[in-house]
Design a protein. Sequence first.
Length: 489
Amino acid sequence: MGLVRDSELIFRTAGIRAIEARFAASEPPLMERAGDAVACAAMHMIAGSDPPLIVAGPGNNGGDGFVAARVLKACGFAPVVVFAGDAARLPADARAAFDKWRAVGGEVVDDIPEGPFSLAIDALFGIGLARPVDGRMAQLIERINALPCRVLAVDIPSGLDADNGRVLGCCVRAHATISFIALKPGLLTGEGPDHCGEISVAPLSLDRGDGEGRTVALELLCSALHPRALASHKGSFGSVGIIGGARGMAGAALLAGRAALRLGAGRVYVGMLEALPVDAAQPELMLRAADEVFDLATVLAVGPGLGRSREAQALLRRAIDSQLSLVLDADALNLLAEHPVFIRHIARREAPTVLTPHPAEAGRLLAKTTDEVQADRLAAAISLSEDTRATVLLKGCGSIIAAPGQPWSINTSGNPGLATAGSGDVLTGVIAALIAQHWPALMAALGACHLHGAAADALAADGRGPIGLTAGEIIDGARTLLNRWTTND
C-alpha cells in the first residue's frame, strides 16, 4: 500500500474525442479493439459457469458491448445481451457491431432476465453522457446495482460524468472499470471513486501524446527523492516557520510543526498567537511569538489555527509581502476570501506560493458555493490557480493539484481516514518541510499529497484506520514512507 510508481495519463472528454478522431480510420477499428479489451477483462472476472450479462446502450458504448459479446461467444461463453435502444438509430460503428453480433447467432433481449449471471457488463452509457439518467435507463441501472454478481463498467460507469465525477441522476456501482485510451478525471475525483471499483486502462495501441493531466506517482517525484549526503547538517534542510495557533487552536499549529519536523525540515519555528512555552510532546519545536518567525524561516506556513483577528490579518499581509516561500491553509484562505486585495498581491509574488483549500474554502475564494466547486473540482482548481498564479491543492476525494502553465494532476492515494481533525494541518506541514528541503513548490505539493494519502493507506492496511485514524498517526506513517521512498526500498 502507498507505493504507486507509474503515473497514468488523464484526458477530459474533448481530448479523448480528438484522439479518437485522429485514429478513426485505423485498423483494426477502435470499437473492435475496445470490445476485445472488454472481453479480455471480463474473462478475468467471470466466476462460475453461469452466463455473463451484457447491458448495451443506444450509442457507441453499446457497440463496445456487442463486440465484447461476440468475442466472449467465440471463446465458449454464452452471454445474455440486453439491448436498451433502437438498432435503426445506432451510430454507424455501433450498428456494424450489432449486425456482426446477430450474424454469429447472437440474440438480444429487452430487459434483464432473472439470471443468475457470472458477471454483469455495463455498456449502457460512455463518456458522452451529459444529462441526468431517468426513465427506463435509470431502472436498468438500478437492476444492475441490485445483481449479486460482480459488475464491469465499459469505459466509465453509466451515469457518471467523465469530466468531473458527478453522478447524473443515478449511476452504476462497478467492481471494476476498464477505461479506454486513458483515464478520465471523473473516474478519479468527486463521486467517481465510489462507483468505479478497480480501474484499468486499455490504451488500444494508440499514440496518446502527453496527456492533459497525470495521476500522482513516484515517477513524478523521482528527481527529488534521493538519500541525504553524509556531510549534511540541519542548515542543509531549511527552516520552516508555522504561523497560527490562536487561542483555543494551538493544536493545529503544533500538528503542522510536528509534521514539518518529522518530515525532514532542519529547524521548525512555531509562531503562536497564543503564548505557549513549549510543546511537551515535541520539545524539538521552537515556539516563538508569531512576529518573530519571519526572520528565522526560509519557508512560511500560515493558517493552522490562525483565526481571523486583526493580528491574524496583519501577519498574513506581512507573509504575502515577504520574499519567503509560502504555504497558505485554513484561516489564511478564509482571510484571502474576505480581503480580495490579498489575492492580487499573491498573484504578483515572485516567491513560490501554495494554497491548500478544501472545497468550502475554494468556494469562498472563487465566490461559489461548495456544491458548485464539487460539481467540477478540476475546473475550480485550475481557475483558482490561474487567479492567484499559485500552486493549488484542492483537497478531497481525488485531490487535484494545479499550477499555472503546468499539467494538472489528480492524487489517487488516501482513504476516508483522512477526514479527521488536524489532517489538513499535517498536510500543510509536510508541504512546507519538502519546500524547505529544496523541492520545487509544485513537486512539494504533489509529493506531500501523495505521501499524506499513502500513509493513511498503509495505516489502514495495518488495521489503524480508516475509522479512528488520527492526524498525529499520519505524521509518523508519512515519515516512514518518505524514508523508504528516498532509499528506494
